[in-house]
Design a protein around this ligand. Structure first.
Ligand code: ADP
Ligand code: MG
Ligand code: MG
Length: 371
């Protein structure tokens, strides 16, 4: 979408920046949640900036969200100084003139600004094993640095985001109400989902039993939320809107869900949905090289459960929306949510068929030998 550069200039005046910036007014990057603009500095020695309009329809409590990001960034910075670790950079928020870390405009929009990370790029799709390994390393290091931060300091900005019991409740409600009168057409998918409830609750149940600690997790481990340099080295974990308390396996499973799938999330031709095991291995290797420093044996055991859970949870959400008549996810054609459901369940079937092999790979890179 094209915004008016003049409007953006007006917003910029509310932030404490150095130098003088200009903007094309064009959206930057390929994020789907916020509106992002790059601000180019006319003064060569001053940084460029990145301005974002925060999507407050998705994130209802911008103040709590900003507190989460602020706390996490501060902790990361201090911890990295302490460890004298400097291969990854930490995002830097620019204060607004109101002394807060965001500015609310007269239309009720919320804006924030970061220093633009120089010479960086992000990948929507993983192309090489090197990228996958670097990505695993970046998210692993992110979790490792935060592993001893008190998770209860952070607000749960989206409640029940990865809670499968909540997703299944909604699914069962939609099934019972059968508003769009579609349940009879999708009995096979319904049965498939219901047959796996016990297995898919396992991370949740382990948490309830005190077997898994709540850590600080990213919760949106899409590949384009890592910035790379020109040599394909990961340099920064970005998009911290969803940082909150969670289980490490959710981050791992969400990253793997797209990395391991040779096709798109909504591929209609199921024969194209295969597992890219070399990319899985590369990501796992990078991830465990960093996260292996703090993960407990139970957490390592939970990783593969997360790999199964995340596609399953997406399928449950897509099928719920299909049963309710498609009012949550944007659809491009009438059966889109059903096609998405089938694609995720097909991916899950493949994962189940390769369970032993995937578990073996996790074991190879972990100090804990799993069976
Ligand atoms: P969304 O929630 O919409 O995905 P992101 O915070 O991920 O928003 O930002 C969108 C895109 O902007 C990213 O994928 C990345 O390409 C780019 N980007 C975000 N933050 C920075 C930054 N500090 N420096 C450089 N590029 C960035
Ligand atoms: Mg993003
Ligand atoms: Mg985001």
């Amino acid at each position: 979408a094209k915004a008016k550069a003049a409007d953006i200039q007006k917003i910029v005046e509310n932030f404490l920046i150095s130098g003088e910036v200009e903007t094309s007014g064009l959206n930057y990057g390929s994020g789907h949640i916020n509106d992002t603009y790059c601000l180019y500095n006319k003064q060569p020695h001053e940084p460029n900036y990145l301005l974002q309009r925060i999507n407050h329809h998705v994130f209802k409590d911008v103040s709590a969200l900003t507190d989460n990001i602020y706390l996490v960034l501060n902790y990361l910075k201090k911890k990295m100084q302490l460890l004298q670790q400097s291969d990854l950079q930490v995002l830097e928020l620019i204060p607004a003139k109101n002394k807060m870390l965001y500015h609310k405009d007269e239309d009720g929009n919320y804006w924030r600004m970061y220093v633009f990370i120089k010479d960086s790029k992000s990948f929507d799709i993983v192309e090489t094993e090197q990228q996958a390994e670097e990505g695993g390393r970046a998210f692993g290091q992110f979790q490792a640095l935060l592993s001893d931060m008190n998770a209860s300091l952070l607000s749960e900005t989206i409640v029940d985001f990865h809670n499968i019991l909540f997703r299944l409740d909604n699914f069962n409600k939609a099934l019972k109400e059968n508003k769009a009168n579609r349940a009879a057409n999708v009995q096979e998918e319904i049965d498939f989902i219901l047959a796996r409830v016990t297995q898919m609750r396992r991370i949740y149940d382990m948490g309830q039993q005190g077997l898994l600690p709540k850590r600080i997790t990213h919760n949106d481990t899409k590949f384009n939320n890592i910035l790379f340099n020109q040599q394909d080295k990961a340099i920064c974990v970005i998009d911290l809107d969803t940082v909150m308390p969670g289980y490490v396996a959710y981050d791992f499973g969400d990253a793997i869900r797209t990395i391991i799938n040779t096709a798109a999330e909504d591929e209609a031709d199921l024969s194209k949905i295969k597992l890219n095991i070399p990319l899985f291995e590369a990501y796992t290797k990078g991830y465990l090289a960093e996260a292996g420093k703090f993960l407990t044996a139970n957490e390592v055991k939970s990783l593969l459960l997360g790999v199964f859970l995340l596609p399953y949870m997406q399928a449950v959400r897509f099928l719920t929306d299909y049963l309710e008549g498609d009012h949550y996810f944007k659809i491009a054609y009438p059966e889109h949510n059903l096609v998405r459901t089938k694609a995720q369940l097909h991916l899950l079937k493949q994962l189940e068929e390769h369970e032993a092999e995937l578990q073996e790979i996790i074991s190879t890179y972990s100090i804990y030998k799993l069976k």
